[in-house]
Every structure is written in structure tokens, then in C-alpha cells.
Design a protein around this ligand. Structure first.
Ligand SMILES: *[C@@H]1O[C@H](CO)[C@@H](O)[C@H](O)[C@H]1NC(C)=O
Length: 159
């Protein structure tokens, strides 16, 4: 665990120094775009390099980091460098490129649905779903390349 913590710190230093030198193109815009679609800006991490959105709602996002782990308060999430899906108001469907750690498994998140009346965001994994408070996704999280800790004992509890 101590080794893991040291690796995490090293990763954080690397990420911080990258953040200082790189200017992510389009990153601000994509974080502005989500609230326009009734979704919290903090669903996507800081390391967005570029994105495209077509008229039919199909989008593709490129992350600047090749491995991106995000520690949301109640979930550990892994994002591929390419994320694709269909964006409509309050909903992202046909999603690919996002996995969440559930107990000992990494599962692909297939859809994200906002429920503003319940102040929650629902994550669908196949036919299962989990609703989380939308307050967890108000601020934009930072990508961590904590791949070295992927197999380590649970960093976060799965609620
Ligand atoms: C889902 O996305 C893939 C590309 O990632 C696309 O080829 C496919 O047509 C989409 N399916 C639907 C139902 O939109």
C-alpha cells in the first residue's frame, strides 16, 4: 500500500507537470456543452484534447492522456483515450470508452441519464444501473495514470 501511495504521488506529479505545459484544445467547450444538455460538467475529466459532435448527436472525445483513472467520491472510473456515444438532452447512450470498477470487475458504462428531479445521475451497465448524487459531478475531475494500482486492494468502497 505504501508503494502504491508513492506511485500515486509520482503519477500526480507527472499529471501536474503535464497540465502545466499542455493547453487542451476544446476542453473548456466540452465542459460547457454538457450543462447545455442537462448533464453535469464533471462527468468528463480535465484531460480532454478534442471533441466532435455531429448534428445527429453522435460525439467522439479524445483524451490527451492514454490512461485516465478518475476517482469520483463513490466510484473508480477508467476512461479510454477515445470515448464515443450519442448525446441527447439529459442522456448519453450507446456509450463506449468508459468503465467503472464494481467490486472486482471493470464494467463498461453503456448509458448515462440525468434525473434532475431526483438530483441524481444514473449509470447504466447493460441491464443494471446505479444512481449517484449529481453533486459528485459538479466539479471537473483530474485524470490520474494510477495504472500501477489497478490490481491493488480496493482504493474506494463500492457503494
Ligand atoms: C453505436 O455506436 C457505434 C460506434 O461506436 C455505431 O457504429 C453504432 O451504429 C451505434 N449504434 C446505435 C444504435 O446508434
Amino acid at each position: 500500500m505504501e508503494k502504491c501511495a508513492r506511485l500515486l504521488m509520482t503519477a500526480a506529479v507527472v499529471v501536474l507537470s503535464l497540465a502545466a505545459s499542455a493547453t487542451p484544445i476544446g476542453a473548456d467547450k466540452v465542459h460547457d456543452l454538457l450543462p447545455k444538455y442537462g448533464l453535469p460538467a464533471g462527468l468528463l475529466p480535465d484531460a480532454v484534447k478534442s471533441y466532435s459532435l455531429s448534428d445527429d448527436g453522435t460525439f467522439e472525445i479524445q483524451l490527451s492522456s492514454s490512461s485516465c483513472y478518475v476517482h469520483f467520491p463513490s466510484n473508480l472510473v477508467y476512461l479510454d483515450s477515445t470515448i464515443k456515444g450519442d448525446l441527447s438532452y439529459g442522456r448519453i447512450s450507446n456509450l463506449s470508452g468508459i468503465q467503472a470498477k464494481k467490486l472486482f470487475l471493470w464494467v463498461t458504462v453503456t448509458a448515462i441519464v440525468a434525473h434532475p428531479d431526483q438530483n441524481s445521475v444514473e449509470f447504466q451497465v447493460g441491464f443494471l444501473s446505479q444512481s449517484l448524487p449529481d453533486s459528485e459531478f459538479q466539479s471537473i475531475p483530474r485524470c490520474k495514470s494510477s495504472v500501477a494500482c489497478r490490481g491493488a486492494p480496493n482504493l474506494l468502497s463500492d457503494s
